[in-house]
Design a binder for this molecule. Structure first.
Ligand code: GSH
Length: 338
């Protein structure tokens, strides 16, 4: 009997210790007064730092949304630019709280680094950019190409698989950044760029004559891009996951930064739960109940963030395609808030 009591007490102490060890990131962020977000060093539409030191882009807006959910202030973010090769190690080593850097969700990455993807903010796929002067219309005509590719990405193994499967040879040219990739292509060191289609749109903007190059129609892989956290903190994982879902649900419910005041007066149950006028959906996450309303007001819903950074209202002009909502022909689908 006494042994049992001692065992139960020890188990309770352990459970408390594990419980608190699993919920440190939010507290660390709150105590620090800012979120530390890992981002791309420079990719048009996704993460760009301007001359005054301001960051913007699709992935940057996710950092801003997360900071808003926590602090009601999108400016409370410290950005850490990370190369493809260093990003997951930086997350594992706790140099950042979250990674928001055009990163593809794969099993190997979760296994190898003790990390977990919190959702998909952008469904992408790998493509090829070629000079129009090559008169190529399909990726199957790329045999013998000099291909620029960045190590530490899913891009290289995908491209190797594709060329092998189609019995095509290539000369691989390794580059260490998007800027270097553009330069190598313009200098004629390679005559094909390959990466996520979104990255190709971004890099084409960096070319002296964007109109002289084209993106081939072939998409050779699945690249579900999303934010990443460590596996040791369920509360933090849930916060990051639901910030994404709230922005998608907001689009589905027609709530955006311009209509948020009306939404706060809405009598529709789903809108009330989203903006926090009904239910108790913030406190269990460690947030206030109006966290999603604050995110929508200060950063926007999914459509607003997509359109201004990479979509119709941006320089990139990428069609929504797979990133349309599920009820509008795409596969963006968020579980309900209820
Ligand atoms: N989604 C792929 C590719 C991500 C990636 O790093 N792409 C490159 C080429 S667009 C990039 O963003 N480079 C920017 C840089 O490191 O400067 C992955 O997760 O491996």
């Amino acid at each position: 009997m006494r042994e049992w009591k001692a065992f139960l007490t020890a188990a309770a102490v352990l459970a408390t210790a594990v419980g608190s060890a699993q919920a440190q990131t939010l507290k660390t962020v709150q105590d620090r007064g800012s979120l530390v977000c890992g981002v791309n060093p420079g990719l048009d539409g996704f993460a760009v730092k301007d001359a005054s030191g301001q960051w913007s882009g699709f992935d940057v807006d996710f950092c801003r949304a997360l900071a808003t959910a926590i602090f009601n202030d999108p400016a409370k973010v410290q950005y850490v630019p990370l190369s493809a090769e260093e990003r997951f190690g930086a997350l594992k080593d706790k140099k950042i709280d979250v990674l928001s850097r055009n990163s593809t969700w794969t099993l190997g990455r979760e296994n190898d680094f003790g990390i977990v993807f919190a959702g998909v903010t952008y469904y992408d796929g790998q493509g090829f950019l070629v000079p129009k002067s090559r008169n190529i219309t399909s990726a199957l005509e790329l045999d013998g190409s000099k291909v620029c590719v960045q190590p530490g990405t899913t891009t290289e193994p995908n491209f190797t698989d594709y060329f092998d499967a189609n019995h095509m040879k290539s000369e691989v040219v390794h580059v260490s950044s998007a800027a270097e990739m553009v330069k190598a292509y313009q200098d004629g060191k390679c005559n094909v760029l390959t990466t996520d289609a979104s990255g190709l749109y971004a890099m084409r903007l960096g070319l002296a004559k964007p109109g002289d190059s084209m993106i081939l129609p072939d998409v050779i892989s699945k690249e579900p891009l999303g934010p990443v956290v460590r596996q040791d903190d369920m509360q933090w994982f849930n916060i990051v996951k639901w910030v994404n879902f709230a922005m998608i649900n907001a689009e589905e419910l027609g709530v955006d930064s311009k209509t948020i005041d009306d939404a706060l007066k809405s009598q529709k149950p789903a809108v009330k739960r989203l903006v926090g006028t009904e239910g108790d959906f913030g406190k269990p996450l460690g947030l206030s109940n109006d966290w999603a309303a604050n995110v929508i007001r200060k950063v926007g819903n999914y459509a607003e963030v997509f359109d201004r950074n990479v979509g119709a209202n941006s320089k990139l002009g990428i069609p929504r395609n797979l990133n349309q909502l599920w009820n509008n022909g795409g596969i963006q689908y968020a579980p309900p808030i209820r």
